[in-house]
Design a protein around this ligand. Structure first.
Ligand code: NAP
Length: 266
């Protein structure tokens, strides 16, 4: 019985078990299982090293373990190394392989090829690293704004893109990688955006997700933008991990329905 899971601390609110288990059921992968793996940082490495022996084929990794996951891996993709973090571990032939599916998952979710397009990324934390790397590699012109400017400068020096004091008023793509909106904060107070100027961004990606649309996604929709919300980003990174472990293309609509189901933990 192959088992997969999600390592995090805390992780009880994760929607990944619902998504992956629904995907297994839809494809008739009846002996596959996916479970929550709540692991504190001090037990992370020994827990991960014990997983293959316990029947695990792989694991997703979330806050706060993504950097530690890369550090303990025997091998890693170029994406994981460049981003400095892994969200997907695969156990095979006694080795631990690390990948980062947040980056290609973002590109999968975009409604257009970002090559040659302008993109504004708000934030310079962990998720921004994957977003900026993905967009730069795909050939977009990326400008990065962060509340703490020095952090944006460091990110761009390592990964690419240009750190800016103020984002341009118009760009093909706006990506919010800050946590603003997670607890209902007003994005038009915390971020350098004006609600009456959202029509400058025809496409918005907001990584933040919850049980309701964020104020930022609502304002962008009202301005006529194409919106990719945080649950779609979650689905797309999960779909990449699913395919890596099972060798089968993930049934996206099934994963989507499970991620959005009210039955899934918030
Ligand atoms: P992180 O590493 O802690 O970075 C947080 C970012 O938010 C930093 O750029 C920080 O700026 C900024 N920030 C926080 N509070 C702010 C405020 N009041 N005003 C302006 N900027 C503020 O977090 P992360 O791991 O990148 O995650 C960020 C968000 O993305 C979270 O809501 C997370 O749930 C979400 N996320 C979603 C997915 C998905 O699959 N949809 C995946 C990953 C993350 P400073 O540098 O100035 O502190």
């Amino acid at each position: 019985m192959p088992i997969c899971g999600v390592l995090g601390w805390p992780v009880r609110h994760s929607r990944s078990p619902a998504m992956h288990e629904a995907g297994y059921a839809a494809l008739g992968l009846d002996d596959w299982r996916y479970q929550l793996l709540p692991v504190p940082p001090e037990l992370f490495e020994e827990t991960v090293r014990g997983l293959p022996g316990a029947g695990f084929a792989g694991a997703n990794v979330t806050i706060p373990h993504k950097q530690a996951a890369l550090a303990l891996a025997d091998e890693a993709t170029d994406a994981a190394r460049a981003i400095g973090a892994a969200n997907t571990l695969t156990f095979r032939d006694g080795r631990i392989h690390a990948d980062n599916t947040d980056a290609p998952g973002l590109l999968d979710a975009l409604p257009f090829d970002p090559a040659g397009r302008s993109a504004v990324v708000l934030g310079a934390g962990g998720s921004a690293r994957a977003v900026v790397w993905a967009l730069v590699q795909a050939g977009a012109e990326v400008q990065v704004w962060n509340r703490t400017h020095a952090r944006a400068e460091r990110l761009c020096a390592e990964i690419g893109g240009r750190a800016v004091d103020a984002p341009p008023a118009a760009a093909d793509l706006l990506v919010n990688t800050t946590s603003v909106g997670l607890h209902g904060e007003d994005p038009f107070k915390a971020l350098p955006l004006r609600v009456d100027a959202m029509d400058g961004y025809p496409c918005l990606v907001d990584l933040v997700y919850g049980s309701r649309p964020t104020a930022l996604t609502s304002a962008a929709r009202d301005a006529g933008a194409t919106v990719v919300d945080g649950l779609e980003i979650l689905v797309r990174q999960g779909a990449r991990s699913f395919q890596r472990w099972t060798g089968r293309a993930a049934p996206l609509d099934v994963l989507r329905a499970a991620a959005r189901s009210d039955a899934a933990p918030a």
